[in-house]
Design a protein around this ligand. Structure first.
Ligand code: SF4
Length: 449
């Protein structure tokens, strides 16, 4: 009987367009889980979907422009199929709220960053009764919704959010305004999620937060070092990663937890953003270049061989050639394994957007090129040291560009490529590095690690 009913009810499909950072990817997995429990199957075909959900980012103007383009495209689909349900979630939804509906009345619901756990209820209500648009962007500092079904897309590595929001208010950043104040999940809820992920076959988890080092400052049940050790002890876990750390909150306890852990990967992503103390102050980063270098020395003394990556911004308002030289000096002194470099772009609603001395685009671009040239040379030299060495890799699968080449990462976060030989997804293997490059290590598979 039920089979017939199932057959008779046409399958519903949902398309999720996800923009921005890992936190948005993790939120999207929780929203996809709720849609699945309502009978939606996830599809890549937006034009044919019964429900479209955009999980948006507003970290830069360009990110928003992309979303408005998509919203326009969906207007046409909605005209063809008025029954189509269309919603917008994520940071841009939080920032814009009602204004989104005014600008695009074909949107059925807008869900703020603190309301991702409400998606199931909102969709059920709209399915039952197609009333007016729903806008729910209230309370970004409310209790964290626990118990959401999580529909992950990746087979081996799982995102596990440990906290939401940020209290740092860096002057260029919109995050604290759209993700609210720092709220930490309870350790037992995080442990349960890790155990469930391992039971589903995940070998690696990444503990996620805008500033994981502040974990637990609110509920004081555990701090981030405790959480790392808790994750390290989950039976069956192979690798534990974490991001993002704020240099001013990285404690000795966290460094020791990485040192002592069996599965905690020796990779620190520690955004410094700049090397000029004058600009670090204007950015409200809360540390000096010297203090940052002291943290780096502490890491390297306690965890030899640990890799260090960072984020760097060029063209912050008021940046002089001298400031830029200070940035290059820091990059040459610290020698990061890799750096994610960004052109400063003014974000309306942030203090820096109102600052004088906005740097001309051509100057920004010139500095970005010079910075990348310096950093690429360092990354290449660091990877060159691995030539001929065997590295342990968690095999992920065929590389995006070439199915005959497999990919995976070392504990230090380096991407490794090797000619495919056997189905070894999820296995720890040994790859001998033959051709180290700036961003990847090319090598040959050896026997299982
Ligand atoms: S630490 Fe600064 S840059 Fe990072 S999310 Fe918080 S405010 Fe933004």
């Amino acid at each position: 009987m039920t089979e017939q009913i199932k057959k008779s009810t046409p399958e519903k499909t949902a398309f999720l367009g996800v923009y921005g950072c890992q936190m948005n990817l993790a939120d999207a997995e929780r929203m996809a889980g709720q849609l699945e429990s309502l009978g939606y199957r996830r599809t890549e075909e937006m034009a044919a979907a019964d429900l479209i959900l955009l999980v948006t980012c507003c970290v830069r103007e360009t990110a928003e422009d992309k979303v408005y383009g998509k919203i326009g495209e969906i207007k046409g689909l909605k005209r063809q199929r008025p029954s189509l349900l269309f919603g917008v979630a994520g940071c841009m939804a939080q920032k814009e709220g009602d204004a989104l509906i005014k600008r695009a009345p074909h949107i059925d619901f807008v869900l703020g960053t603190g309301r991702t756990g409400e998606l199931g209820r909102v969709v059920r209500e709209l399915e039952a009764e197609r009333g007016g648009p729903v806008v729910d962007t209230g309370d970004v500092t409310g209790p964290i919704a626990e118990g959401c079904p999580v529909a992950r897309r990746t087979p081996l590595s799982a995102w596990v959010p440990v906290m939401y929001g940020c209290d740092n208010f860096c002057t260029y950043c919109i995050v604290p305004y759209v993700r609210g104040r720092e709220r930490s999940r309870r350790p037992e809820d995080i442990r349960r999620e890790i155990q469930e992920a391992v039971a589903q076959g995940y070998r690696e988890i990444t503990l996620l937060g805008q500033n994981v080092n502040s974990y637990g400052k609110d509920h004081k049940q555990a701090d981030f070092a405790d959480l790392l050790r808790l994750a390290d002890d989950v039976p069956g876990i192979e690798r534990v990663r974490f991001m993002t750390s704020h240099p001013k909150d990285l404690s000795r306890r966290v460094i020791e937890a990485v040192r002592d852990g069996h599965h905690i990967c020796e990779h620190f992503h520690l955004p410094v953003q700049h090397g000029s103390d004058r600009l670090l102050k204007a950015m409200n980063r809360g540390y000096t270049a010297a203090a940052y270098r002291a943290v780096v020395e502490e890491i390297r003394a306690a965890v030899p061989g640990a890799s260090l990556t960072t984020d760097l911004i060029v063209g912050f308002p008021g940046e002089t050639e001298q400031d830029f030289e200070a940035l290059l000096d820091l990059v040459r002194a610290v020698r990061f394994d890799a750096a994610y470099t960004f052109l400063y772009s003014p974000r309306s609603g942030t203090p820096a957007a109102k600052m004088d001395d906005q740097v001309p685009d051509e100057v920004k671009r010139d500095r970005l090129h010079r910075l990348m040239a310096v950093q690429d040379e360092i990354s290449r030299a660091i990877n060159e040291r691995l030539r001929g060495q065997a590295v342990e890799v968690l095999a992920e699968g065929p590389s995006q560009n070439d199915p005959a080449v497999w990919t995976g990462r070392t504990r230090t976060g380096k991407i490794v490529l090797w000619p495919h030989e056997a189905e070894i997804a999820g296995e720890l293997v040994s790859v001998r590095v033959a051709e180290p490059q700036t961003w990847v290590l090319k090598g040959v598979l050896e026997q299982g690690a």
